[in-house]
Design a protein around this ligand. Sequence first.
Ligand code: EPU
Length: 419
Amino acid sequence: MDDIVIDGGKPLSGEVTISGAKNAALPILAATILTGGRFTFHNVPRLKDIESIQHLLVSMGAEFVRDGHTVHVDTSNLKDYEAPYEQVRKMRASILVLGPLLARMKRARVSLPGGCAIGARPIDLHLNGLSILGADIKLEHGYVEAAAKRLKGGEIYLDLPTVTGTENLMMAGVLAKGVTVLRNAAREPEITALADVLNAMGADISGAGSPVITISGVKKLKPVTATIIPDRIEAGTFMVAAALTKGDILIKKCDPSHVEAIIHKIEKSGAAVEVSENSVRVKGGEAINSVDVKTMPYPGFATDMQAQFMVLMSVANGFSVISENIFENRFIHVSELKRMGADITISGSHAMIKGRPALSGAPVMATDLRASASLILAGLVAKGTTRVSRVYHLDRGYESLEKKFKKLGAAIKRVRGGS
Ligand code: EPU
């Protein structure tokens, strides 16, 4: 397993180009199950999670060819309808094949994902929605067994605006007979990106990006060429890096409209933010102000940015409170940040942070994807050396993060086969 080693204290400056969004690419790749023919996607990030969905699609009979950041997928010869435990265990988002498999193959067998480091993460809303669309669902031997001759439209109210749940149900609804209405749907940009691709394929979806999505079932879909939207969480991570190191970073090829909540909080923390059509420039201020943050479904402040923002607050002037409202256990990075000198107290879903003048480098362990990014950010600003182990979590969702930081002036390196 690799480690990342950082000598902190260097202000980061220069330009960075944002990669394609993992959480947009995953459902779009799953959507290729819906119809045969050759799909082409540009700006697909090189990530472990993308490899995981690749393996899953290939195991079902798909052809998957990568050429740099372009990917060609053809599911014409799909034979299997199973996502085995071994695949789903590696990546929960494998559940995204459930809706499209049911729609095209009339049945699906997908391992139950189980909990993960950040919370229990049930899939009851996915399953409830699919049964409203006429699927017969059984849970057996740790698997979801679902079957439906032809899905039919239905009215689905989601108790929570689940992101992958909304995506699964949208994909299930496109080939269903009749109209499906999703209420309290997730509004994340990745939902809109998926709906755009599905509509280009011939689907009839309206309202994506709003809480009510209407899907009129169609009989046939066709393959398309599309470009994956930029990763808003990667962009936000670099925004924090600029504010944190009091540097000056031009974040290129991002969509500023997707990071409004982050921009708002970064500005309140004292950094200057300049927004252009496809870029955001963040210039760290003299001092870092304390700012309270509550994570919320989009367009609120993303839970996927909570750990990174906490690092900024760890070196701010004064107290701040960060409330995690999406996942019940997403503070696992706190104990590692405390080992680096952060003063953080957890009470339920709230983290009380007393800003300190500095953090100090230490050996720390990454526990999940966004926690890994937060430990690297902490290492960038800490005095001395930080060694982050178990960075395979990072490789699941950030493309060449350490190389991008290095280009911006960080003293950072990957040590192959570390601890
Ligand atoms: N929930 C239920 N029942 C369900 C589905 C969700 O109770 O059937 C709960 C979850 O336990 C959680 C809340 O609803 O408390 C929201 O979870 P959601 O379903 O929206 O999360 P997700 O779809 O599993 C996606 C992202 C996550 C991101 C969350 C929240 C993908 C592949 N994953 O997960 O990304 O944190 O939305 O925005 O899109 C990451 O990239 O690091 C990551 C974890």
